[in-house]
Write a new protein. Structure first.
Length: 291
């Protein structure tokens, strides 16, 4: 689970953070990755996770099995917050329990991530941009709120800025993963935008993107960039190591957008990924703007 952290567009729990923050962030990251793996059917072979959740024999191969596992996982999550019980069954949730108590975290962000993966089993296309934003409210924004909760820096304005950053990052990831998502029979580009740019799903299934596909990706990338810009003042509202962490999130998103642009906005051959140098440059630029 934790090895996937190295493949994100931004650092999840970098070395410069206090050890307690790193441990708490990795506990939350492990939770988020497991929920996504259940929703995507990417669980480790052998059925160990299903056994831990009391669903022996389930492999999460079908939407019905995934929904059942998400229900069981939610029931186990609620044991994290139940002080009178014996605690959760799954080791990732047992690891999460001290973080929840130490930081005073509430169930809502964790439940949002589960609900996003439920939605993935039922909704595979999004008609409008607003529909996609509502999905990101479940799938992305809870993560930023948890980071603010762990670091004790949550406020209404910071949450608003964080939501903008997280939604922007989610849209960037959707653009990088158009081909992979289509292989799972999911399209996260709004249908109204595809119609406007005269792009069909058959166009998205090609080995490389034509002019219309690349124009559509560029348009969605601009929207993601605007969200990152809207959220960037979050970086300037905090200090110290947290400032560097949040600059890493914003810089990671901007570096990913630059990688998409450098590929001519052709994301269909595979996800364009930023280099470490590009990431460092964007982090530095963000810190200079918000210093």
């Amino acid at each position: 689970m934790l090895d996937k952290a190295a493949h994100e567009n931004f650092p999840v729990a970098p070395f410069f953070l206090p050890r307690a923050w790193r441990d708490d962030l990795m506990a939350v990251y492990g939770y988020a990755r497991l929920v996504d793996d259940i929703g995507d059917g990417d669980l480790a072979p052998g059925g160990r996770d299903a056994q831990l959740l009391g669903l022996a024999g389930s492999r999460a191969d079908t939407s019905e099995e995934r929904l059942a596992m998400l229900d069981a996982f939610e029931a186990d999550l609620r044991r994290v917050f139940d002080r009178s019980g014996t605690g959760p069954r799954h080791p990732l949730l047992r690891r999460l329990r001290p973080t929840v108590r130490r930081c005073g975290l509430t169930p809502e962000p964790f439940l949002g991530l589960i609900e996003a993966n439920r939605q993935d089993q039922r909704v595979r296309r999004y008609g409008t941009y607003d529909d996609l934003l509502a999905y990101c409210e479940l799938s992305a924004n809870p993560v930023g709120r948890l980071v603010l909760g762990i670091t004790g820096t949550a406020s209404p304005e910071r949450i608003r800025r964080s939501d903008a950053v997280c939604t922007g990052l989610q849209i960037v990831e959707h653009l990088q993963d158009v081909a992979e998502d289509l292989g799972r029979d999911r399209v996260y580009i709004p249908a109204e935008d595809m119609k406007r740019f005269h792009v069909t799903e058959a166009d998205l299934a090609r080995p490389t993107g034509g002019a219309s596909v690349r124009a559509l990706v560029a348009y969605e990338g601009e929207r993601a960039g605007e969200l990152l810009n809207e959220g960037t003042p979050l970086v300037g509202s905090v200090h110290g190591r947290l400032k560097l962490l949040l600059a890493g999130f914003v810089g990671g998103g901007r570096a990913a957008l630059r990688a998409v642009a450098a590929a001519g906005h052709d994301v269909l051959p595979g996800p364009p990924k930023p280099t470490k140098l590009s990431l460092l440059r964007e982090v530095g630029a963000t810190l200079r703007r918000e210093g």
